[in-house]
Design a protein around this ligand. Structure first.
Ligand SMILES: Nc1ncnc2c1ncn2[C@@H]1O[C@H](COP(=O)(O)OP(=O)(O)O)[C@@H](O)[C@H]1O
Ligand SMILES: [Mg+2]
Length: 269
């Protein structure tokens, strides 16, 4: 059973007073549970348009999109909204945090729509999620008091607090420096691994793309698999070597992961 499947998908828009513009054509892509896919493409190649289809925000002009092997075209928009809210977490370049709200309030927000135990326990669940992303000590901080890397971690905690089965990231590190970007990607990988979520990461950064298991290129709306050896997935060792703090030995490995996460904050504060 596949989680998400696109079959011969096209997306055409008709801008006012202009000829129809085909942004995506003949896109085939199957995402399995726990998958990790990267999509690389230049600006204007159709990445965000594709992400909006993967996120069930838009419907294709032709072709079929299925979630859990069921075509989503037949769903009402309310049902698509519910499915998206429960199953898909988005991570964007812009953190989109609510300015006048604390980190904890921002992460609690998506849980306001849940029911029963989750609703009543929402603050505890949100606090645990912030703990998981290394911000347990920043629950009551306003976004403007946090560094860029910390803000992205709050945004990630908010995206993942409902335990999505699919994480969609569009240039997630675009607003971060190299080291902070790497540690943010490491964090998403860890959460995905722990929860079994699938990841689709859209990026123009080859180092981010290499973290995935399967690779695609989007070029003028056409998606093709890439098996260039330069895109071999990174080994854990290579990932560690790129991280800001290097472990001094095997015993230091676990600790080093945690240190990596905090290193950027220390540098920025
Ligand atoms: N609603 C729209 N109307 C007209 N043109 C659009 C629309 N959406 C996207 N485009 C155009 O389609 C192309 C692909 O856009 P987009 O998916 O945002 O690319 P990317 O995210 O790869 O930069 C761009 O040339 C963009 O200007
Ligand atoms: Mg884009």
């Amino acid at each position: 059973m596949s989680l998400l499947r696109l079959e011969d998908v096209t997306r055409t828009v008709i801008p006012p007073d202009q000829p129809a513009l085909t942004i995506l054509s003949g896109v085939n892509l199957t995402i399995e549970p726990g998958d990790h896919v990267s999509i690389v493409g230049r600006s204007g190649s159709g990445k965000s348009t594709l992400l909006n289809l993967l996120g069930l925000l838009d419907l294709p002009t032709s072709g079929v999109i299925s979630f859990d092997d069921r075509p989503v075209k037949s769903y009402s928009s309310a049902r698509r909204d519910r499915l998206r809210g429960a199953s898909i977490g988005f991570v964007f370049q812009q953190f989109n945090l609510l300015a006048g709200r604390t980190a904890l309030e921002n992460v609690t927000m998506p849980l306001l729509y849940s029911s029963g135990r989750t609703f009543w326990q929402r603050k505890r669940i949100a606090a645990e999620m912030l703990e998981l992303v290394g911000l347990g000590h920043r629950l009551n901080s306003m976004p403007d008091r946090l560094s860029g890397g910390e803000q992205q971690r709050v945004a990630i905690a908010r995206s993942l607090v409902r335990g999505p089965r699919l994480i969609l990231a569009d240039e997630p590190t675009g607003a971060l420096d190299l080291d902070t970007g790497q540690s943010v990607m490491e964090l998403i990988d860890d959460v995905a691994e722990r929860t079994g979520a699938a990841q689709v990461v859209i990026t123009h950064d080859p180092m981010i793309a290499r973290r995935a298991r399967r690779h695609f290129r989007l070029d003028r709306g056409i998606l093709t698999p890439v098996d260039d050896p330069a895109f071999e997935p990174l080994t854990r060792r290579e990932m560690r070597e790129m991280a800001p703090v290097e472990p001094s030995g095997d015993a230091a490995e676990d600790e080093a992961d945690v240190l990596d996460m905090f290193a950027d904050d220390r540098r920025e504060s």
